[in-house]
Write a new protein. Structure first.
Length: 137
C-alpha cells in the first residue's frame, strides 16, 4: 500500500464520519419540522460571539452564503416564527436577526440531540483526525 493510498483512506474515513453527522443533523432538523438551513441559521444567530451584531451580512459570512440567500432564508424563518428581523437603531439600513421563543426552543431541542450524537460519533472522529495528524507527509 502506498503512502498516497493510505492518506486517501484516512481522508475517506474522516469524510465518512463527518457525513454521518451531517446526515443525522439534516434528519434531526426535518424531524423537528424545520429545514436544515433554518437550523444552521438558528445556530449561527444564537452562537454569535458576545457583542457581535447579528446582521444578514454576518450570517452570510459565517454560513458561506450569498447575502440574498440569507435574506430569503431569514424571510422564511421569520414566517415560520423562528426568528425576528428588525432594523438596527443605529443604522436603519442594517437588519438584525434574533431568535424568537419558538426558535430558541427548536434550537435547544436540536442542540441536545446533536450533542448526544457527537458524543456517540466522537471516538470515530477523533480516531480519524488522530490518524491524519500522525500520518507522515
Amino acid at each position: 500500500m502506498t503512502d498516497t493510498h493510505s492518506e486517501i483512506q484516512l481522508l475517506a474515513k474522516f469524510r465518512q464520519e463527518i457525513r454521518r453527522f451531517l446526515q443525522f443533523s439534516e434528519q434531526a432538523a426535518l424531524s423537528a419540522g424545520i429545514q436544515p438551513q433554518q437550523h444552521q441559521l438558528l445556530l449561527q444567530i444564537a452562537g454569535a460571539p458576545e457583542g457581535t451584531p447579528v446582521t444578514i451580512g454576518y450570517v452570510a459570512e459565517v454560513m458561506g452564503l450569498r447575502h440574498h440567500s440569507v435574506v430569503e432564508l431569514s424571510n422564511r424563518s421569520e414566517a415560520a416564527g423562528l426568528v425576528r428581523r428588525m432594523h438596527d437603531p443605529a443604522d436603519r439600513r442594517c437588519v438584525l436577526l434574533e431568535l424568537t421563543a419558538q426558535g430558541q426552543r427548536a434550537l435547544r431541542a436540536l442542540s441536545d440531540a446533536h450533542a448526544q450524537q457527537l458524543r456517540e460519533l466522537a471516538p470515530g472522529l477523533i480516531q480519524a483526525l488522530t490518524r491524519i495528524s500522525e500520518a507522515k507527509p
